[in-house]
Structures are given as C-alpha cells and as structure tokens.
Design a protein. Sequence first.
Length: 171
Amino acid sequence: MERKYTVLRYMAYSLEILIFYIIQGVPDLIPNVLGGKPLLLIPVALTIACFENEVPAMAFGVACGGMMDFGVGTHFGFYTIALAIVCFFVGYFAENYFNTKLVITLIISLVLIPLLISLNFVINYIFAGYSKGGYYFVYHTLATMGYTFVTVPVFYGINRVLSRGFNDNLF
C-alpha cells in the first residue's frame, strides 16, 4: 500500500514540474521585476529534494534541470548536471541530518540559488566573452536570483502538502 502512495506522490511531483515549466515558459504570464524573471524549476527541485531521499531527489533534479536547459536556452546539460548533483546532496542531508523546515529550506535556497544562477552566468557570459557581462549581471541576473528566491516558500508549501499528505495517507 505504501508503494502506491509513493507512486502517486511522484506523479504529483511530476505534474507540478510540468505545470510550472509551462507557467515559466509562457511569455508575459509572470511579469519582469527589475529586469528579471524567476526560474521556477530551481526552487521546485530544491524543495522536492528537501522532502525526498537522495535518489528520487536527484531524479527530480535531472527532470527539472533538463526542462530548464530546454526552455531557458542555456548550454544544454548545465542545469541538468548541476541540479542532479545539488538535489542529490540536499536529499541526502535532508534524509540523514536535519528535519525539513521552512527556515532550513530558505537557508539552503539562499546559498544554492545564487550559486547555480551565478555559475550559469559565468559559463554563458564570461567564458563566452561578452563585453557587457557586468551590466547584465547587475541588471538582470541579480533580479532573477532574488525573484527566484522569493518563490521558495510557495513551493515549500506545495511540496510539504504533497509529501506529508501522501506519507500520512491523507489523499
């Protein structure tokens, strides 16, 4: 019976990823704030990883990363690899060393969201040799980081309900 609820929970996570991938990709659905739009699948992957152990967390990180690589227009494979590694370790530490709470998830996100977006910026702009990389970083990338971070509590709530609901057989 528990396996049935695990499959249902994973299906719900998959549906969540698909819905927010579509929302993220629809032009002008989410307004630009200070020149940036949120990358919704990063907090989705991180919050799922906080509620799952390392292997499912990594699998959902790969799914979110692959969809981001396809939809954001970055070097294909960057977010797939980065989110797979990050989600694996977040899932491992969440399973073995701490209880998932909003504060812990916010701290994890406060470190990892800027790290991932900055690393993507370095690969796509600095290594590529664009001349106005600093301007782009200040007026676009920082806004994207902040906007993405602000969405973390929403996804924490959604994934907490999904995780707790299916684990406690509430659905």
